[in-house]
Design a protein around this ligand. Structure first.
Ligand SMILES: [Zn+2]
Length: 435
């Protein structure tokens, strides 16, 4: 008898199922099959909660469990059906359930948690394949885990908020990501990129939380600015410096392309010096190599068609460099403002159409441009999180359900939580009723 007890304890430790006793185990071509039965002799009625030990019948259900020693594992659970002993109860009979194998469950609780954890970094389809369950089962497990992790996030309102958009798919082309720039945490992902999108989200915050937001960094998108200036009067809007650099680079590229069309009546090719210098022209001056300089000079000479380099391309390139240098060399807002005025006069002296368009955009966003020198806030963190968002999309080969996509993105942006070793489950049988 003593020997049997020891074996039971050993199998319980190995299986990690604290509410069950292992009856049998066999190895099949499909993995390990373990037959178990609930250790307790009674079970609570799901309606009245009265404990009953009057077994009516048995039935065996197959439940997917976590892998065991490198093998897939399925449980054959001998579930007992009990008669309710409470004469006044409307439920005449019920099947037992535990916290480890809830009612009607086809997957054990611990396996569901494992699927949920695995789903943070994998596509739902690959989790379903790994655990040999259907796609909806895997999706449900991942969503449950994601919702739990997201609900546990600290609820501190952001003081500095980053806003940026990402592409989704043709039916919902844009999503807007809202990032706490101090903690680097993705606060929310919302559908659309209009002023209303952001305003609606801000309205979900309490007045106090809204007041906490002091700085908002966004790209030069009028919708975002309108939403912030109308909803958050105390917040300073800053246009992201990397987007300004991108606009300046775009002006250089546009001039290079236009000039090649004007000269060659076709788009650029490898034989065109301008095309060969396309990447060098968009680099910051300190990052250009010796070979890069030769390519830039050749491109500028080809632009003028003479030995001189002073043409549209050179002026636009120089304007781009001057503009981006303001960010590094300005000591404060007033200093930056003086440099910007000089930059306007430079553009006025060299009125290349693309450059004039850039200067017009900058002048429309001048306040937000100069606000950088008060706050030194950038959207670097937001762009980093955009990379994760794109990664999630590619892992899943695209998404169509916005809710699933949003949940997966927010889940993926949370730190990875290691699996806990299974502690002995509660011995209170009524705990299973809440599942
Ligand atoms: Zn009952």
């Amino acid at each position: 008898m003593e020997n049997k007890t020891t074996t039971n304890d050993l199998t319980r430790v190995l299986s990690g199922l604290w509410e069950y006793t292992v009856c049998d185990a066999s190895e099949t071509s499909d993995g390990l099959v373990v037959e178990v039965i609930a250790t307790r002799l009674d079970a609570p009625c799901p309606v009245c909660g009265t404990l009953s030990d009057r077994v009516k019948s048995y039935r065996i259900s197959t439940v997917v469990d976590s892998s065991c020693f490198g093998r897939r594992c399925r449980l054959l659970v001998r579930r007992r059906a009990f008669r309710c002993v409470n004469a006044g109860c409307e439920r005449k009979s019920f099947t037992e359930a535990t916290s480890e194998v809830p009612r009607r469950a086809r997957v054990t609780t611990r396996c569901r948690v494992q699927m949920g954890v695995a789903g943070r970094d994998c596509s739902t389809a690959s989790v379903a394949a790994e655990f040999a369950v259907s796609w909806p089962t895997a999706c449900k497990a991942i969503k449950a885990q994601a919702e739990q992790v997201i609900a546990q996030r600290p609820k501190t309102p952001p003081r500095r908020l980053g806003i940026d958009e990402t592409r989704f798919w043709w039916k919902v082309p844009w999503l807007t990501g809202l990032v706490d720039l101090d903690t680097g945490e993705l606060v929310e992902v919302i559908e659309g990129r209009t002023s209303k999108t952001v305003t609606d989200w801000l309205e979900t915050l309490s007045d106090n939380d809204q007041q906490q937001i002091k700085v908002v960094v966004c790209d030069p998108h009028a919708g975002y600015r309108h939403a912030i200036t109308t909803s958050l009067e105390q917040a300073t809007v800053v246009v992201d410096r990397f987007h300004v650099a991108m606009l300046a680079n775009k002006a250089v590229t546009d001039v290079r392309r236009r000039r090649i069309w004007e000269q060659q009546d076709r788009r650029g090719r490898k034989i065109d010096p301008g095309w060969r210098a396309r990447k060098d022209l968009c680099r910051r001056v300190e990052n250009v190599t010796d070979n890069g300089w030769s390519r830039i000079i050749a491109a500028m000479q080809a632009d003028t068609g003479t030995d001189s380099i002073e043409g549209d391309l050179a002026w636009t390139w120089a304007a781009k460099e001057h503009l981006t240098t303001i960010y590094d060399s300005s000591l404060n807002r007033a200093h930056a403002h003086r440099q910007l005025l000089w930059w306007y006069s430079y553009v006025a002296d060299h009125p290349v159409p693309e450059l004039v368009r850039l200067a017009t955009t900058i002048s429309k966003w001048e306040n937000e441009f100069l606000a950088y020198f008060d706050t030194r806030a950038t959207n670097g963190v937001t762009e980093g999180l955009n990379r994760i968002i794109k990664h999630v999309k590619r892992l899943g080969f695209g998404y169509q359900n916005t809710d699933n996509y949003r949940l997966k993105i927010l889940y993926r942006c949370q730190p990875l939580q290691p699996l806990q070793s299974t502690p002995p489950a509660t011995t209170d049988p009524t705990a299973a009723l809440s599942l």
